[in-house]
Write a protein that binds this ligand. Structure first.
Ligand code: GUN
Ligand code: ZN
Length: 469
């Protein structure tokens, strides 16, 4: 029995453990697609694609293939004619004719409390935060409100085929607790953190005199590493954290090198000016985070539109990742992310919805917005690279590539089944597609959650409504 060639399972950054074994098997049959594989195979199932900096990477495409899953992990992936003879006779096979079976999407930056402010129009970032977002987040002091919101959010993620996300809660520890609890029941692989902010914010959203650190430590001890959940230190952004809070976050990260850290960086010019006024002795916005020890592998910064070449070098050297948030770039009018320069600098980049500055949890729609943002910068995003960013690219940006992001032996079987005929228009367009690449373009341009026909978490189908009960 041949395991799928490709990346050898890499050492994980943060003590990721496989699930317990009980011998449960399942096979999914359909067109298999997976992005970002190593180029060490001359198998006809591997094609190549390039990113905007000219780096080549492998794409696995098997028009009729089988993913064999044992105990929630991918055991192997093979063409159906080779695989059928090797399947145990009692193994159930879920057959998906004319459907694409691919890794679940990874959203590297989103805010679960902001579903209810999606599409609030008329402002740029700082006014949008003050007028819409902070009042909405203030309602999360009510635990039942937070629970309902977390439930709807996680339900939406699985309906949209997002199986892993890095998620901001609110400043209230109850909001993170509610999120983790429902995420645990959903079995989705989730990263989350209570927002930290203790200055330049409304009183009812302000951390207390210990800067929110005791609440953070308590949440870490309860949730980090529990089942598929991981904790991310979440200072909202430099303007809303005092130097004392920034320092405490850096110290906690040094004490717990396994934690993630998420924040915002260089999203608008107005924000840049504000940070320059607050931290006049720092040569750049990024330098503030670096000074307080926030950078490193496991840290991901949302936006990063206004970076210098020097900033990019620092991010690459420290292995700090970027969450590219194209629909938020466009909706808030913040600016256009320069993906090519980030990739040329060697920075790891993932795709992100940034709901509610972003306009949809759909990674297909987010890919389309990424294409448009980059077009306005004279950069052309290939459909293959867009799908890579939304799967293995995101997993790498979050340091989770040893366990999720591609269809490779040993990885967790978080998979989606994509229907390229989900709407009459998409079916019409798909029928005329000239190549796999063209079909992926059609899916990006016309697709949405209606294309997500099924979602498997650790090899088990999720019914979106099951999360809602
Ligand atoms: N910067 C600080 N907070 C936020 C937020 O909630 N959304 C976005 N897009 N940018 C931010
Ligand atoms: Zn954000």
């Amino acid at each position: 029995m041949t395991a799928l060639p490709g990346q050898a399972p890499q050492k994980s950054i943060r003590g990721l453990t496989p699930s317990a074994a009980n011998g449960q098997t399942l096979a999914l049959r359909g067109a298999i697609l997976s992005f970002g594989h190593r180029l060490d195979s001359d198998s006809p199932q591997f094609q190549t694609f390039t990113d905007l900096a000219g780096h080549r990477s492998g794409l696995l495409f098997i028009p009729d293939g089988i993913v064999y899953i044992v105990d929630g992990l991918i055991a192997w992936v093979l063409p159906a004619d080779e695989a059928v003879a090797q399947l145990p006779v009692d193994c159930p096979v879920h057959r998906y004719q004319d459907r694409l079976i691919m890794p679940g999407f990874v959203d590297t930056h989103t805010h679960f409390p902001q579903l209810e402010v999606i599409g609030r129009m008329g402002h740029t970032l700082l006014d949008w935060l003050e007028n819409y977002t902070f009042p909405a987040e203030a309602r999360f002091s009510d635990l039942s409100h937070a629970q309902r919101a977390a439930q709807v959010f996680l339900q939406e993620l699985s309906r949209h085929g997002v199986t892993t996300a890095s998620v901001f809660a609110t400043v209230h520890p109850e909001s993170a607790d509610a999120f983790f609890k429902i995420a645990q029941a959903s079995r989705l692989r989730m990263i989350c953190g209570k927002v930290l902010m203790d200055t330049n914010c409304p009183k009812n959203l302000c951390d207390g005199s210990d800067h929110g650190m005791a609440q953070t430590e308590s949440l870490i001890s309860r949730w980090h590493g529990r089942d598929r959940l991981r904790y991310s230190l979440t200072p909202r952004f430099a303007p809303t954290s005092s130097p004392e809070q920034m320092r405490a976050v850096g110290a906690l990260l040094q004490d717990h090198p396994g934690l993630h850290l998420q924040s915002h960086l260089a999203e608008t010019r107005q924000e840049l000016d504000w940070v320059a006024r607050l931290y006049p002795h720092h040569p750049s916005y990024l330098d503030v985070y670096q000074h307080f020890g926030h950078l490193g592998r496991g840290t991901i910064m949302g936006h990063c539109i206004y970076l210098s070449d020097g900033d990019r070098r620092v991010m690459a050297d420290t292995q700090t990742a970027i969450a590219f948030c194209p629909s938020s770039n466009l909706f808030l009018g913040s600016g256009l992310f320069d993906l090519q320069s980030a990739l040329q600098a060697g920075i790891s980049v993932g795709l992100a919805s940034d709901v509610g500055g972003g306009t949809s949890p759909s990674m297909l729609k987010t890919m389309l917005d990424a294409y448009k943002v980059l077009k306005l910068r004279d950069q052309t995003l290939s459909p293959e690279y867009a799908f890579y960013l939304a799967t293995l690219g995101g997993a790498r940006a979050l340091g989770l590539e040893s366990v999720i992001g591609s269809l490779e032996a040993g990885k967790e079987a978080d998979l989606i089944v994509v229907n390229p005929e989900a709407t009459p228009l998409l079916a019409h367009r798909a029928a005329a597609s000239e190549s796999l690449s063209d079909l992926l373009s059609a899916l990006i341009t016309l697709g949405d959650e209606r294309c997500i026909e099924a979602c498997y978490i650790q090899g088990q189908p999720v019914m979106a409504q099951a999360l809602g009960t």
